[in-house]
Design a protein around this ligand. Structure first.
Ligand code: HEM
Length: 396
């Protein structure tokens, strides 16, 4: 089997290919990717939870070409296993825990409302407004930047840096993509070192100040490189997927007007609708693991050293876990989707992402009863982080 991960037709709609492949077996060897892929829900869940299948970072190249890119992965909790992973995750988990994040709900709703005002202004003449730069991006960027204490004037730097870095997670990367990722990583690291130095001189209530204080009062907890990397990981992971859920999800609702009308008529469905949009069109499609010993998965044997990927979008459409998986149902109750992952790396930002997505969806459907697609959206060519680059709508 070979998933055509760089084929635009597949990237546009991978679900029929997933269904056909899954019918042949929940775990298969992919000749193109050179690794096992778990397409079934139970199998993908097992991949994410099995401690013998680890996130093990290997530097891209020992040369200076990727020095900064390697640095921000070698020191990232996402690329580590316990006990290092536990040590770093614990430092920030309280800040993103549900109880803490719930207190941000009103503020996040006010950010969504202010952005919706701008969208309304921009679209007041009946012309198209691109929802991505106007709404989907600025909300999660503002929220995560505020929590970390990135000044407003610097926030436009974040998305280009993040976009350039995450392109490295795709397959068949060009030299230009690789060079751009390293440049972005180097600039991002330099920026964070400076921000940490500023916070050291004049601490605030933000997360960067918190990590600087931990570092300075107990140097055993984290190194300076881990501090910088943790901030970059939070800033990047803190908006990439959320932007894509807002965009993919809004487009899915516009293609299913009856579901959009149902949501509008009953806003109490918003939390269930957010889960359904994450399930229906996962913004993050693939996460790799490496076997540290031989592991049996379903009826295949993964040898030590081999890679295996959990295909979250495929798992989320598995008919053995979801009734009528290809149906968008904003009121779906039984929804054990893997969109936020599972196991020790389960998304630390899931409670925050839920608060953001609930606020942005509720605001969008209530403020814009005439919301309609202006022209066909444009899709990014990437598969792993899958989303749109423009979503032009009219709002009157
Ligand atoms: C809809 C939005 C989001 C989705 C779908 C999502 C999804 C995921 C997934 C699938 C993983 C696990 C990766 C793996 O197992 O290898 C993950 C990890 C992570 N996410 Fe999210 N995420 C979202 C938003 C956020 C936000 C808002 C933050 C901000 C704090 C965040 C921070 C992280 C971090 C730090 C990790 C690594 C956790 C670890 O390694 O222990 N994510 N996310």
């Amino acid at each position: 089997m070979r998933l055509p991960v760089t084929d635009p037709a597949f990237v546009a709609d991978p679900y029929p290919v997933f269904a056909a492949a899954r019918a042949a077996g929940p775990v298969q060897w992919d000749n193109g990717l050179g690794m096992w892929v778990a397409l079934g829900h139970a199998a993908a869940n097992a991949v994410l939870r099995d401690r013998r299948l680890g996130r093990i970072w290997r530097d891209r190249s020992p040369l200076a070409d990727f020095a900064s890119f390697n640095l921000i992965h070698r020191n990232a909790m996402l690329e580590m296993e316990p006990p290092e992973h536990t040590r770093l995750r614990r430092l920030v988990s309280a800040a993103f825990a549900r109880g803490h994040v719930e207190r941000l709900r009103d503020w996040v709703a006010s950010v969504a409302a202010a952005l919706a005002d701008q969208v309304a202004d921009a679209g007041s003449d009946g012309g198209p407004v691109d929802l991505i730069p106007a709404y989907a991006e600025p909300l999660p960027v503002a929220v995560i930047a505020e929590l970390l204490g990135v000044p407003e004037s610097d926030r436009p730097l974040l998305r280009p840096w993040s976009n350039a870095i995450v392109r490295m997670y795709e397959y068949a990367r060009s030299d230009a993509v690789q060079a751009a990722a390293e440049t972005a990583a180097a600039e991002f690291v330099a920026y964070l070192r400076e921000l940490a130095a500023d916070r050291r001189a004049s601490p605030g209530e933000d997360l960067v100040s918190h990590l600087v204080t931990v570092r300075d009062t107990d140097g055993g907890w984290l190194t300076e490189d881990e501090l910088v990397t943790t901030c970059i990981l939070l800033l990047n992971a803190g908006h990439e997927a959320t932007v894509n859920v807002t965009a993919n999800g809004t487009w899915a609702l516009l293609r299913h007007p009856a579901e959009l009308a149902r949501l509008r008529a009953d806003p109490t469905l918003v939390p269930l609708a957010v889960e359904e949009l994450v399930r229906y069109d996962a913004p993050l499609q693939l996460f790799e693991r490496t076997a540290v010993s031989t592991v049996s998965l379903d009826d295949v044997v993964v040898e030590g050293g081999q890679k295996v990927a959990a295909l979250l979008g495929a798992a989320n459409r598995d008919p053995s876990a979801f009734s009528m998986p290809d149906l968008l149902d904003v009121g779906r109750v039984d929804n054990p989707h893997l969109g936020f992952g599972a196991g020790v790396h389960f998304c630390i930002g899931a409670p925050l992402a839920r608060v953001e997505l609930q606020a942005s969806l509720a605001t969008l459907v209530s403020r814009f009863p005439g919301l309609a697609l202006a022209v066909e959206p444009v899709r990014h060519p990437e598969f792993v982080i899958r989303g749109l680059s423009s979503l032009p709508v009219t709002v009157r």
